[in-house]
Design a protein around this ligand. Sequence first.
Ligand code: FES
Ligand code: FES
Length: 227
Amino acid sequence: MSDQPSHPADDADVDASRRGFMQSALLVAGAAQLPLSPVEAAPASGAAAAATPVVPPRPLTLNVNGTEHQLSLEPRVTLLDALREVLQLTGTKKGCDRGQCGACTVLVDGRRVNACLTLAIMHQGAKITTIEGIAQGENLAPIQAAFIEYDAFQCGYCTPGQICSAVACIAEMKAGTASAVTPDVRQQTVAFTDPEIRERMSGNLCRCGAYNNIVTAIQAASAQTRA
Ligand code: FES
Ligand code: FES
């Protein structure tokens, strides 16, 4: 501890950096309250000026379920919010919004992704598939039909994510991609066992506890697609 009195110039420096810190914190807090876009016209003045985006929207193209969408989004917008709030594809659900529940699972170039954990702007040029794009025209995909046949849901909130995840799960097993429970990772094939399915689907939670029927439905759909 120093007994020397502080110099007035030092106090001014401390005040300036404190002011800078408070201004940054307010900007960040304000950004969290901003609308998601599409872009709003910049307000003229006054209190409304606080709604001006901190980072301006950028043009981007998203290919969702085979359709190209030209958008203008702030870089901070997650893929989940872009799908739900901008494209109105509300089949993809928001559960935890922090990567814990899997309700927001979509497919990006065939791989499952938690849409709440990734930014829309990162997926230009990728093929994004949501639950709205899983059906084959007017016909349900085998996995959708199996979920209905085997009663693999109750409230249905987790179901879009479960189905998207199941599509990738079946593809992974068919491709022989090992999981944490594959007995011999040197083998190029994976047995379609219940433990394999449970392990691969472990990122998708179901508060209704429909797990047994979900596994049964995936077994049935995978048997059908392998036949
Ligand atoms: S909403 Fe994305 S993991 Fe829960
Ligand atoms: S069916 Fe209700 S959370 Fe899964």
